[in-house]
Design a protein around this ligand. Structure first.
Ligand SMILES: [Zn+2]
Ligand SMILES: [Zn+2]
Length: 279
């Protein structure tokens, strides 16, 4: 059965369960979190520094919502992936925000999983990203499911890290205490670690007959990794794959010339790249 909740008149069918003060925070136990108002405050705090694709926005790639090639509805990598593997890729890809190189969001995206910065820096980045992802799923999950024409996810998955580091993926660690849907396990295949192109054999997953998978990833650069993971999920039997990425990587010059910075295309918590207004 798909977990559901009704929050302030908005029927939400999907993954995020209500937070409570008593929730164990695992590795982030020191971070005080009470519930949605706190998470929303964290999203509002970072919003002025963020930019994000919006529905009906100008000339973005129809797949990853990054800058599209001139005269093309898609960016070069997405176009290539489509030519190679149409029908095996994610049904919907939605970035929560753009990760402009050198910007605060891009910095959070490496800090939260880096072993190097002080623990305080890492935890602060993790807190920001967790708030952004949970609030996004809660507010825009319905937009994603409608776009993919599914009732809601039956499974969650995370794109394995490139080097296949042992242990729980830092992104999963960030949110798994708050999500009720079971996780589909994806693992890198031996020898596939160095491959940078789209590769159906890069990852493998256990059987997932008819599953509707919400796959989360931190950064989308070419999308090869996330789309290879989507192919592995489909090969395992998944009927649909919806991919949500925290940051669609954008080069600085690209953000300026394509008008994708916070000034030209601000992040708006009430909207998303595939937004459907709630009735
Ligand atoms: Zn693209
Ligand atoms: Zn939306």
């Amino acid at each position: 059965m798909i977990p559901s909740q009704n929050v302030r008149g908005f029927a939400y069918v999907g993954a995020v369960r209500e937070l409570g003060a008593a929730v164990e925070l695992g590795a982030f136990r020191a971070v005080p979190l009470a519930g949605w108002p706190d998470l929303r405050a964290l999203v509002r705090a970072q919003a002025p520094l963020l930019s994000a694709p919006r529905a009906g926005g100008p000339e973005l790639c129809e797949i990853c919502h990054g800058p599209a090639g001139h005269g093309s509805p898609r960016c070069f990598p997405c176009d290539l992936h489509l030519q190679c593997a149409q029908g095996s890729l994610a049904d919907v890809v939605v970035p929560v925000a753009f990760a402009v190189k050198g910007g605060s969001h891009a910095r959070h995206l490496w800090q939260y999983k880096s072993a190097r910065p002080p623990v305080g820096t890492r935890d602060a980045a993790a807190t920001m990203l967790r708030a952004l992802l949970l609030v996004f799923l809660r507010d825009h999950g319905a937009c994603l499911w409608r776009t993919a024409r599914i009732a809601g996810p039956t499974h969650l998955a995370v794109v394995p890290t490139a080097r296949g580091r042992p242990g729980v993926h830092p992104l999963r660690e960030l949110v798994e205490d708050y999500l009720t849907v079971p996780w589909a396990e994806l693992s890198p295949r031996p020898g596939g670690e160095q491959v940078r192109d789209l590769d159906p054999d890069r990852f493998s997953a256990g059987p997932l007959p008819g599953a509707r998978v919400l796959m989360i990833d931190d950064t989308w650069t070419t999308g090869s990794s996330a789309q290879s993971a989507a192919m592995a999920l489909r090969r395992a039997g998944a009927g649909s794959v919806v991919t949500v990425v925290l940051g669609r990587h954008i080069r600085r010059a690209e953000a300026a010339t394509a008008g994708l910075g916070p000034g030209a295309m601000p992040f708006r918590p009430r909207s998303c790249a595939v937004h459907v207004a709630a009735r």
